[in-house]
Design a protein around this ligand. Sequence first.
Ligand SMILES: [Zn+2]
Length: 469
Amino acid sequence: MNLRLPAAVWFLAAFGACGGDEPLEAFGLRRSEVPVILISLDTCRADALSWTGEPPWTTTPHLDAFAREAARFHDCWSASTGTGPAHRSLLTGQHVHRHGLYSNGLAVEPAFNLASVLHAAGYATGGIIGGGYLREAYGFGTGFDSWHRAQPGVTLGMFREAVPAALSWIDEHEGRPFFLFLHGYDPHCPYWPPEDLRRARAPGEGPLDFEDLCGVEDFQEALRRGLLDEAGRDRLRRLYLAEVEEADRRLGEFFDGLRRRGLYDRSILVFTSDHGESLGEHDFVGHVRAWGEQLQVPFLVRFPGGRWAGDYGERVQSIDLLPTILEALELEVPDGVEGLSLLPLLRGEAWEGADRWRLGKHASWEAVEFADGWKIGYRRTRQGPVERHLYDRRSDPLEERNLLQEPGGEERFQELFARFDAWKQARREEDRRYRGLRLPRPKREADLDQLGYAEGEEQEGAAAAEEEE
Ligand SMILES: [Zn+2]
């Protein structure tokens, strides 16, 4: 099919039949003139971006400039600390209990996602991804005209490969409204940025070979052997931040490419991540657990013309993305979405999300943050929750004091856990109604070893899923 039809023909074909293409109230642009671009930088901590003031140097000059024109959500939680489930929630607006992709390594076909809704509204839809748990075999191609790794033969996609592939994809769909999902693994372990950044940001050597180290097991072993002392952790953090800096350089090229094509200012452009990363906090390095530094993600949305740019401190969640975009485009939100549109918040109107609980789940690990700031985290087993924590995030936002052993801590944990469990049970039937279709587990590919994921964790995830269903 010739994809380079004049824009007017596309408008007519795609929009003529469903009520025209009147200018959108928020932007004064027609929907067909507003591309949607979702950028997910895997494993990017919210505090790795220099606009937050946290990193010791300017790690993200391009994202900082982007942020100045964006709605900046300071406190966003992902729905999971696992790549697959977290992205599924981002794309469906559903919690993990509902969409049913409980763990990395499972394959579930979603009932709908942002791509399928936009596709039905006439958008061309493309995903340029870094491989791993986002492969098509795990059910991630749904709703996308094309879904592919940045470069065939490259198992692990970084923005270095993904950005040129994304710009080519955009050129192939010139003149059409489009939805592009761009994903890269740059700051995921191994924490090994390009040489120039390594030299500039983390010179010298330590007792650990970070080029080779990747995965929870590797780091737990290093921690057990006392190899990750304060100097080691500092070097680890600097290497990690330099990888974010490398991703930012590539995003600078991407934003320039969009500007040259006249797309930057009129797109809805989102920058986020699927989860953060522990870099020694809680004596842990990696993700797939339940602490705040793994659940907290950057969340920046630049609307056409920089509309609604500003700071928003409310507790939001990545499941809010889908309804927010659809409402801004004046499209209907499908039944079964659990996220809430953030548009009332942006407009300064009353917003019903302030009292919500925030949930995080990967395999048997769960976290629940209640509206009053109490948070529980644990691993769910048949015998009950284990490896538990209880934090008061109002006074302890970094989760440094587990209050479980303090007077009243045990009772409080039990009460909160029971409250969450009852809520979850009450929604079970409704969750089932919207659950995706379970597919056979795909064959493991080598890129998963490269990312440090152990096969045993997948089996554990599958077992946890059986119990959920
Ligand atoms: Zn990930």
